[in-house]
Structures are given as C-alpha cells and as structure tokens.
Design a protein around this ligand. Structure first.
Ligand SMILES: CC(C)(COP(=O)(O)OP(=O)(O)OC[C@H]1O[C@@H](n2cnc3c(N)ncnc32)[C@H](O)[C@@H]1OP(=O)(O)O)[C@@H](O)C(=O)NCCC(=O)NCCS
Length: 303
C-alpha cells in the first residue's frame, strides 16, 4: 500500500490538482485554469488532495453553503469535482479521500455534506444516502405553439438582475433544498448561466436561465420561474428561439409538468441516468430532517 496523505493543497500544488481534474474530466488545461482560478467561490482551504508517495492523485472541492430545510437554513458543505488520475482509478483512492475528508468534518459547523451525481454507487458504499432527485423533463420546441403577437419575453439586461434576485428569493429560493444565495453565490450563478431571459408583464415577473451548446439541438433550462403556465410556455418558446434548440430540458417544480400537459404540451421524462442528491449527516441532531429530506436542488445551484 503506498503512503497516503489527505490535506489542503499548498499554493504551488494547485496546478497539479487542476491537472488531475482535467485528466479525469477530460478538460483542456488552459481553459480550465482560467475558470478554476477566477471562480468567485475559490478558496484554497476548501480544496482537499490525496497524495500517494508525495504525488497528488485524487482531489475534491468543498463548497460551504446554507440550504433551506423546512423553515431552517442549515449550514451544509457541498462536495464537488471529485477526481482521480485516470491511470490510478479503481484502487480505492477517491474512497479514501472522501472518508478522511468526511471524518475531518464530523461535529464541525456543517449539518451535512451534500453532492449531486448521476453515478451514486461509489458514494452509497461510503454511507451516503439519497435525499433527493433532480427531476427533469423534455419538451419539444414545436409543441409550444406560435409566438404571441406581442412577445413579452426578451433577453435580460444588467438592470434586470436585482429583480431576478428578488423573484428568486420569494419563489424558488423558498423551496425545500434550495441554496441560500448570498452575493458570492449569485456571482457564481451569473457566471455559469449562458443566456438569461426575462418575462415582462407590468414589470419583470419571471425569468429563465439557459445553458446550451451551439452544435447541440438541446437547450438546458437550469432554472425558470414564471407567474403562470402561459408565461412559462412563453419563456420556453423564447428559449428555443434564442438558442435554435429543438428540445428543451426543464427542471420539474411542483405541478409544472401537470400544468404544461393541461395546456396540451407533452412532457417526456429524461431518459439518461437520473441525477440524485446524496447526503452524509455530519451533525446527528439534523439527521432525521435530512434523511427524509426529498431535496429539490436547482440545476443552477449544482456545485
Ligand atoms: C469517480 C472517480 C473519482 C472515482 O475515483 P477512484 O479513485 O477510481 O474511486 P474508488 O477506487 O475509490 O472507487 C471506484 C468506484 O468509483 C465509481 N465510479 C467510477 N466512475 C465513476 C463516475 N464517473 N462517477 C461516480 N462514480 C464512479 C465506481 O462505483 C467504482 O467502483 P467499481 O470499480 O466497483 O465499479 C473517478 O472514476 C474519476 O475521476 N472519474 C471521472 C470524474 C468523475 O466523474 N467524477 C465524479 C463526479 S460525481
């Protein structure tokens, strides 16, 4: 067994950590470097690396946040970017890193660690439990009907952001499992979303965050809030127009599929592996609430 050590990386080791992530996630190093170092949430003390015989072979990033659980806003820590060098995978390295990291967080400030994945088996073996499912569905763009004579959806401008933040705080931000968005988290969300649409009635009353790839016929709606099913339909139609997408992937929110289907718009469940939300309880007094949580985490909040 090689000599293993888990710790916070030193400043000069960050490029090595990033290299492990790039190799594991198949990312180009130079492009990833800019994103890595300019992340508004970047904090070296939240990184963890596993060294085998002095070389970084596995890593992860902790993302402290507050999560709405019922009426409370509990401090939690997200786990993101779990990666092992491809040639060393399958030897228990990520398991060791995760176990040691979770042990070091026991009885600290966080109620639980949370992560989002479509391959939960590794984490389940380590005692993580499924506490939510990020349900998404597909809508065909041509099922959304024709553009209204007076479109009420347009691209957002800088001036729309305070209103978007206000709408979120009164709607999706109150949902069970929503992350509390402070300034830093809003900066992260703004950086992450590619296109933002707003829906205007007397004033801006809804919005949609989009992510899409020019070559792909699919547009992911990361988050959408609208005052009525008709307004949601207008946002989705405008999303398809703005991106040229044929299919929209939309996150479920209570009653959303039912209301679209009642307007004659068919909704198909996404067929890929479902995205699950997993948790490991770090402070037992919150165990019961978290184990039955059924958390709905917005795709725009994924760590
Ligand atoms: C996931 C990953 C970090 C596991 O690292 P590792 O050091 O090989 O992990 P361990 O040896 O402790 O455990 C291996 C288990 O990881 C799981 N695993 C493999 N690929 C995985 C993936 N892409 N996502 C999640 N789990 C994965 C499998 O359950 C595997 O168990 P098995 O060999 O019995 O099937 C590594 O495969 C990796 O870097 N993958 C690419 C990046 C990635 O997808 N990260 C996960 C984001 S949630």
């Amino acid at each position: 067994m090689p000599r293993l050590e888990v710790r916070v990386p030193l400043e000069y080791e960050l490029d090595q950590m990033l290299q492990v992530m790039c190799d594991a996630f198949d990312l180009p190093f130079d492009a990833a470097k800019t994103v890595f170092y300019t992340d508004p949430c970047f904090d070296i003390t939240h990184k963890r690396v596993l060294l085998a015989e002095g070389r970084i072979v596995s890593c992860l990033t902790l993302v402290p946040a507050r999560m709405r659980i019922g009426a409370d806003a509990l401090p939690i820590v997200g786990v993101a970017g779990v990666a092992t060098s491809p040639e060393l995978q399958g030897q228990g390295l990520a398991s060791h890193l995760l176990k040691q990291t979770m042990e070091s967080l026991q009885d600290g400030p966080y109620a639980a660690a949370i992560l989002v994945t479509s391959s939960p088996s590794l984490y389940k073996r380590l005692g993580w439990t499924v506490v939510g499912c990020d349900t998404r569905f597909w809508v065909q763009a041509d099922a959304l009907g024709h553009k209204p004579a007076r479109p009420r959806v347009r691209r957002a401008t800088e001036k729309d952001w305070p209103r978007i933040e206000e709408i979120h705080s009164r709607t999706l931000g109150l949902h069970h499992g929503a992350l509390i968005r402070d300034r830093m988290r809003w900066d992260y969300v703004r950086r992450f979303v590619q296109t933002v649409l707003v829906c205007r009635d007397a004033t801006v009353s809804g919005y949609a965050f989009l992510q899409h790839d020019e070559a792909a016929p699919l547009c992911r709606v990361l988050e959408a809030e609208a005052q009525s099913p008709r307004a949601l339909c207008d946002l989705l139609r405008a999303a398809a127009e703005a991106t040229g997408a044929e299919v929209l992937e939309v996150p479920e929110a209570p009653g959303r599929i039912d209301s679209l289907e009642s307007m004659g718009i068919p909704c198909d469940h996404v067929q890929e592996a479902p995205v699950t939300v997993l948790a490991i309880v770090l402070r037992e007094e919150h165990g019961a609430a978290l184990r039955q949580a059924e958390l709905a985490l917005s795709p725009a909040d994924h760590f």
